[in-house]
Design a protein around this ligand. Structure first.
Ligand SMILES: *Cc1c(COP(=O)(O)O)cnc(C)c1O
Length: 417
């Protein structure tokens, strides 16, 4: 399914023309499709069949509370990496008892709050963290449900910045250390060993690294069994790649069927982020100026790297299409660049398009790691986000104002002047 389609050369978000959305909400703009989000989540659910499972949407991929609320209504769980994300989930109607808490640097305060809210499980990433969770939970006279994040040392064959499953990465612990941590945890009155987890990276398009990681995890679970430590759930992380340029990616149903077949009576947790929201969002930006020289054609647009950093940060590819493809204007191979004062400020390069000033370009598949990574660099207010469902649409985050950019700043009152 694809919620963003052309009808008579006009791009539609579900049943709403994107031109209408730009007229209503201005530019630049993120547009999300509720139907697509639901479809993507339901694909995971369907693939699990009758097998006991919990889908924990990785909040960091897109944390708008409207997105979280749509997923909460489907019964989704959440993978959170900070107290802020936990509070967001709760504000959006999500249930703490369906949340797993990942991340290498959980603060004492966030651990305490998460315990009090009664989250499903802590995904522990180091021995120090295990000690910290045990001490917080014992001081509260509580029992913390825990899982240890194992680093299976597999190469996810993805961009180095989004690869997490190698020993050289900061995430998780190696199987030997995990074993000794589990033994220690099993002796504690304030910790309850529940699961084992891993997450090997993001935008993975081949299933083999996932299967290799699964093997490593199952080996460790067997070893733990022989030590009388029972793992009730296996959390296989996220990382399922989306198709940015028509490329083939993981077949979710085949992948999950394989996992559940090997899981016996273990409950399976999965933490998809990108594969739930990636293709459910587009970024719309207006062509402000066209500029050509002997070797290059630049379309200067009102959106920039501060709004959508993926192309600059990972040199990632996103399709760029005109929302109203009228074939009027200058033909060329355009670099679509923003107004930010950095040469890395581009959204797309070498795109064959016919452009004129005032056209709107949609950068596709930007629902994940788009708005959430935006900043105010160059004192640019963050853009609006809009949700569409069939014929209806509404603002789910208003455009920031210029005044709001410096409302938390103070002049320095120096005694000497
Ligand atoms: C980022 C992250 C995810 C989600 O990854 P996607 O590639 O967006 O599916 C899941 N689990 C953990 C621990 C993460 O850090």
């Amino acid at each position: 399914m694809n919620s963003f389609n052309f009808q008579n050369n006009n791009l539609y978000a579900e049943s709403v023309s994107v031109s209408d959305l730009v007229r209503a909400y201005g530019s630049p703009l993120y547009v999300y499709s509720k139907t697509q989000i639901e479809f993507n989540w339901n694909l995971f659910k369907k693939s699990f069949g009758e097998h006991s499972h919990l889908i924990c949407y990785a909040v960091k991929a897109n944390s708008n509370i409207a997105v979280l609320n749509i997923l909460a209504k489907l019964g989704s769980g959440f993978d959170i990496v900070s107290l802020g994300e936990l509070e967001r989930v709760i504000a959006a109607g999500g249930e703490p008892r369906k949340c797993v808490f990942s991340g290498v640097g959980k603060t004492e305060k966030s651990i305490q709050k998460a315990l009090e809210y009664g989250i499903y499980c802590f995904n522990i990433e180091s021995e120090d963290e295990l000690d910290c969770i045990e001490s917080v939970s014992s001081s509260l006279n509580m029992i913390a449900p825990i899982s240890i994040r194992v680093n299976p040392n597999v190469d996810a064959q993805t961009h180095p910045y989004i690869s997490t499953g190698l020993n050289e990465n900061k995430f998780g612990v190696c199987p030997d250390i995990a074993l000794s941590m589990y033994k220690k945890a099993a002796l504690s009155e304030n910790l309850k060993v529940c699961g084992l987890d891993y997450h090997i990276g993001s935008q993975i398009t081949e299933v083999s690294p996932f299967l290799e990681a699964l093997d490593r995890a199952l080996e460790l679970i067997e070893k733990l069994k022989s030590e009388n430590i029972t793992i009730k759930h296996l959390d296989i992380g996220g990382g399922v790649g989306v198709s940015y340029d028509g490329e083939k990616t993981i077949n979710i149903e085949d992948y999950l069927n394989y996992v559940t077949a090997r899981a016996n009576d273990m409950k399976i947790l999965v933490e998809p982020g990108r594969s739930i929201v990636g293709n459910a969002g587009i970024f719309v930006t207006k062509v402000e100026y066209l500029k050509q020289n002997d070797i290059k054609s630049f379309a200067i647009v009102d959106g920039a790297m501060n709004d959508l950093i993926r192309p600059s940060l990972y040199e990632s590819f996103h399709q760029a299409v005109l929302i109203d493809d009228n074939s009027i204007g200058l033909s060329g191979e355009w670099d679509i660049v923003g107004p930010v004062c950095e040469s890395a400020d581009f959204l797309a390069k070498n795109r064959k398009l016919t452009l004129e000033k005032g056209d709107y370009i949609a950068i596709l598949t930007t629902g994940a790691y788009g708005f959430v990574l935006s900043s105010n660099y160059n004192s640019r207010p963050r853009v609006s986000e809009v949700m569409v469902s069939e014929k209806t649409h509404s603002l789910v985050r208003k455009r920031e104002t210029i005044e709001s950019l410096f409302e938390n700043e103070y002049l320095f009152e120096d005694e000497t002047n």
